[in-house]
Unconditional design. Structure first.
Length: 122
């Protein structure tokens, strides 16, 4: 990106119900929020959290939806069609599948996040 340095401040926060208000407070000063799901239940939790975030945050925030793959290939409990429908409906800027087991797509994820931020800088 033209030798531009992009600083990413990354806050890893659980999406658990008890820490939901803290999670939503972080969104107010964010440019991009990454939501990660790994199974059917966490996908539906992420869907709710994205909708709550959109209600609270005034400014335009970019969203990334990440499927954290399990050790078993093709073990996703969510159909690709359901994910694509949600991405289109909610205007998700980035969808990617990654694996923390193998490192698959991890570097690409951070590159794509930086690219979105660079292309949409104010």
């Amino acid at each position: 990106m033209n030798d531009t340095i992009i600083k990413l401040v990354i806050i890893d926060h659980p999406g658990e119900e008890k820490s939901r208000s803290i999670t939503l407070n972080f969104c107010r000063n964010s440019s991009l929020i990454v939501f990660v799901y790994k199974d059917y239940d966490s996908f539906h939790d992420v869907k709710k959290l994205i909708n709550e975030t959109k209600e609270i945050c005034i400014k335009n925030i970019h969203y990334a939806l990440i499927n954290s793959l399990s050790e078993q290939e093709n073990d996703s409990q969510i159909s690709r069609k359901e994910v694509e429908k949600f991405i289109k409906k909610e205007g998700i800027d980035l969808f990617m599948e990654v694996s923390h087991y193998t490192g698959y797509n991890i570097n690409n994820l951070f590159f794509e996040i930086a690219k979105i931020l660079y292309m949409n800088k104010e």
